[in-house]
Design a protein around this ligand. Structure first.
Ligand code: GLC
Length: 577
């Protein structure tokens, strides 16, 4: 997460492969299904095209459910599939209770939910509450006149004078965040693109309309929502200017769009957000019999702020994303250790959800050194899937798909890249089609069809078909971790204790199940071999006999806890007994 969008968002607050298709028995006890779940993010445009139009669709996802199951995935988060003019590729919604024909029909959606259910996979929808498309009938009506009954559904204000917006607030996507409407001589607020006008959450009718959207999808079988840009719902009603962020020498920080970076204090993380979250949770609980999960896109500055997103009475989000770990951007052992330990100790009994990458930020290869990338991919997978809590990863991570940004401005599809070019190339690079095979269209779409984004040349070596034939592939590693999370008590239920806490090269942690089982993980974060030793006293009373559960290809599996040498970026996973 190195680029503008991510920066802006931080600024916003600052082993055994499962057999494909085999149903895994659901735990019958009262633990909510999402505890410890693996959530797989799919960008539907780019996963699998089933009808040869170069755009991925719902039937394509349904056709790939056995593959998804083979990863040990419990839930799929679908980025928006609602009708949309696609200015922000679906995050500009023009109808909240329908499916965009590019992706299929409601019947296709029902079939996806039902087929997923057969495999014990749940579907989580993306819900964009902060804004709609400017083509949404609500906005069209709101913009039609100052006296429209829906005028107050959006944030309309007078300017400060001719051509002067109400204040200095900016859009996350660059430039001013107020759009002038000549017809009614007022400005409307848009935290994101001008085609994404912000809803006015101070209007109870807006809230009720959105709660009905929740009810609609829960009745249709969805297992919860990922709440988009949830911290941005409210703005300061007094419209005070935001302050400018200054660097250490006191100079204003200039963002990639060439403008002063604002401090976001009047348009993000206002306390009212929590009132809405409590309502959204109440509606979800009532409509689903407390089955639904709320995941939040929560760019916040630290663990204390993240904890607040769960709600003082555990009555807001069950799983706000912990996106901090994604901003480390280098294999810095101390930083990873601190942030994972924070998630373990700073959230009370709440479920952590560590997130390393997604459709808005560069993929995992930002950690790569182009020499040891496959092993670095294993290190990152182990951190995400070996830590306590739910785990989320992004389609294609499991085969090592790399960020492939456009090389020419005319190829850019993402509005962020259109505004920010050439400094900011946008988010197309992490949204390229899934690489299924080494064929010219990577098995994503039919031969001869032009996919909506180009297929990266890396697909010749990095693709599902070739990795399925290699027992040591990154895909095999992800599947083994996914399977262990289901079968190994310590990995499933264990707490998470950092070991060797001053080691600057190797991240080591212990997972301890209430039943007494323990699993030890050690990941070499460097390109040099590293010796690891364990003080038995620091092992919390666990025996030091070991069985190797997993180790990086080429890594000698240790038979004891003494004299372990980890190869460059080597990983070992050991059962203690
Ligand atoms: C979220 C989405 C991002 C989108 C933005 C505006 O950050 O993840 O893709 O552009 O919200 O909806």
């Amino acid at each position: 997460m190195t680029r503008a969008f991510a920066k802006v968002c931080t600024g916003l607050a600052l082993a055994v492969a499962l057999t494909a298709g085999t149903a895994v028995a659901e735990p019958s006890h009262a633990v909510p299904w999402w505890k410890g779940a693996v959530v797989y993010e799919i960008y539907p445009r780019s996963f699998q095209d089933s009808n040869g139009d170069g755009v991925g669709d719902l039937n394509g996802i349904t056709a790939r459910l056995d593959y998804i199951k083979s990863l040990g995935v419990d839930a799929i988060w679908l980025t928006p599939i609602y009708p949309s003019p696609l200015i922000d590729f679906g995050y500009d919604i023009s109808d909240y209770t329908a499916i965009d024909p590019q992706y299929g029909t409601l019947a296709d959606f029902d079939r996806l939910v039902a087929e997923a259910k057969k495999r014990n996979i749940r579907i989580v929808m993306d819900l964009v509450l902060n804004h709609t498309s400017d083509k949404h009938p609500w906005f069209q009506e709101s913009a039609s006149s100052k006296t429209s009954p829906k005028r107050d559904w959006y944030v309309w204000r007078d300017g400060k004078g001719p051509g002067k917006p109400p204040n200095n607030w900016q859009s996350v996507f660059g430039h001013g965040g107020w759009q002038y409407d000549a017809k009614t001589s007022q400005w409307y607020w848009h935290k994101f693109y001008a085609e994404q006008p912000d809803l006015n959450w101070r209007n109870p009718k807006v809230a009720e309309a959105m709660y009905n959207v929740e009810r609609f999808w829960i009745a249709r079988g969805v297992a919860g929502f990922r709440l988009d840009a949830i911290t941005t719902l409210f703005e300061d009603p007094a419209l005070q200017d935001e302050g400018t962020v200054k660097d250490a020498s006191g100079k204003p920080v200039i963002n990639v769009f060439g403008e002063p970076q604002l401090d976001d204090t009047r348009t993000n993380n206002l306390p009212e957000v929590h009132d809405v979250l409590r309502q959204v949770r109440k509606v979800a609980d009532e409509a689903s019999g407390k089955e639904a999960v709320l995941i939040g896109e929560t760019y916040v500055a630290n663990i204390a702020d993240l904890k607040k997103m769960y709600g003082a009475q555990d009555d807001e989000l069950q799983m706000p994303m912990d996106l901090q770990v994604g901003f480390i951007n280098k294999l810095d052992v101390a930083r990873f250790r601190t942030l994972i330990a924070d998630a373990e100790t700073g959230l009370g009994a709440h479920e952590p959800l560590l997130v390393l990458d997604n459709h808005d930020n560069p993929r995992w290869d930002r950690y790569g050194d182009n020499v040891h990338n496959a092993d670095i991919g294993r290190v990152l997978a182990t951190v995400i899937l070996g830590s306590r809590g739910a785990a989320m990863y992004y389609y294609g991570d499991e085969i090592g798909m790399v960020t492939t940004p456009p090389t020419r401005k005319e190829d850019v599809r993402d509005p962020v890249g259109v505004t920010g070019w050439p400094k900011e190339k946008g988010r197309d690079g992490e949204r390229t089609p899934m690489q299924w095979t080494a064929e010219s269209t990577a098995g994503f779409t039919a031969a001869g069809v032009k996919p909506w984004l180009p297929i990266p040349s890396s697909m010749t070596l990095t693709n599902v078909a070739s990795e399925e034939s290699q027992p040591n592939s990154l895909l095999a590693w992800y599947r083994q971790l996914g399977a262990l999370r289901k079968t190994n008590a310590a990995m499933r239920d264990g707490d998470d204790v950092m070991l060797n806490t001053i080691d600057a090269h190797v991240l080591t942690w212990l997972r301890r199940a209430p039943s007494g089982e323990a699993v030890l993980f050690a990941c070499n974060f460097t390109a040099e071999p590293q010796k690891v030793g364990f003080d038995p006293k620091a092992l919390h009373g666990y025996a030091t006999n070991v069985t190797a559960l997993m180790n990086t290809p080429g890594q000698v599996a240790p038979s004891s806890l003494t004299d372990i040498v980890l190869k460059p970026f080597g990983v070992i996973v050991l059962q203690l007994h």
